[in-house]
Design a protein around this ligand. Structure first.
Ligand code: IYR
Length: 255
């Protein structure tokens, strides 16, 4: 109990498989088996200095308006917009270009409700027991608790899974290098893409819910839940804590 540190990714461990060893066993592909790919010229747009300045400020202004929002409107959101933001998340860099992510988009009301039941049941135990007094105290200012109405109300729940290894059509396993940070980067890009279209979310990492949610959503054993994002327009009466961000001089070091 003393060394229980639920905020580290060790907690994303999924013990729902009879033998965790099976993950490491089995047939792995040899990287030598993969053929070479051609390299092609690359010349993305290059902007004049003034344009760069203007774009850097505009993008900062947009992203600085992003807030974690826990009050989401039930108003429908065009599915094509969701497809596009997930396409955008899929542009993230990944270890050896393994693209180790699966984005499960849930709009079905009954499935959303099942997710809510699983998350609220575990989160109640988290808040009451697992997190401990210090953690709960540190979160008090955010006014969060285990009641997650947004899980029923948001038009979409996006559950992001990291594929801890790949499975090729021939059944062989493929190493997914740096899968956690790769998928985390894709989540960051997803947040930016949502902000860009005026949608809101909150980065939730439902502690201890990964295995149950994986089974509910029928995802394979190589996939571990990394993040759950409820997505929609903000509720008309949504509020956020009046947090401030660190100024540049506190986050930058020039050498
Ligand atoms: N996962 C819980 C608790 C929680 C933890 C942190 I760290 C936060 O910044 C906010 C919430 C929940 O979603 O309520």
């Amino acid at each position: 109990k003393a060394d229980f540190r639920p905020w580290v990714d060790q907690d994303l461990q999924d013990n729902t498989e009879a033998t965790a060893r099976e993950d490491e066993d089995g047939d792995w592909v040899d990287s030598n088996e993969k053929e070479d790919i051609p390299h092609v010229p690359y010349s993305p747009p290059r902007y004049p200095k003034e344009t760069m300045l203007e774009r850097s400020k505009d993008f900062y202004t947009l992203m600085n308006q992003r807030r974690s929002v826990r009050f989401i409107s039930p108003e429908p959101v065009p599915r094509e917009v969701i497809d596009d933001v997930i396409r955008t998340a899929g542009t993230a860099p990944s270890g050896a270009h393994t693209e180790p992510w699966t984005f499960v988009v849930v709009s079905d009301a009954e499935t959303k409700h099942q997710i809510r039941l699983i998350v609220e049941e575990e989160e109640e135990v988290n808040y009451r027991q697992r997190m401990g007094d210090k953690w709960v105290h540190d979160l008090a200012k955010l006014r969060t608790n285990w009641v997650k109405e947004y899980l029923d109300v948001a038009p979409y729940l996006v559950l992001i899974f990291k594929q801890t290894y790949g499975i090729l059509p021939n059944g062989k396993k493929k190493t997914h290098y740096y899968n956690e940070i790769s998928v985390s980067i894709s989540c960051g890009i997803l947040l930016a893409a949502l902000q860009n279209v005026g949608l809101v979310t909150v980065t939730s990492t439902p502690l201890n819910c990964g295995p149950q949610l994986r089974l509910l959503l029928k995802r394979p054993a190589n996939e571990k839940l990394l993040m759950l994002l409820p997505v929609g327009y903000p509720a008309s009466d949504a509020t956020v804590p009046d947090l401030k961000r660190k100024p540049l001089n506190e986050i930058i070091v020039h050498i």
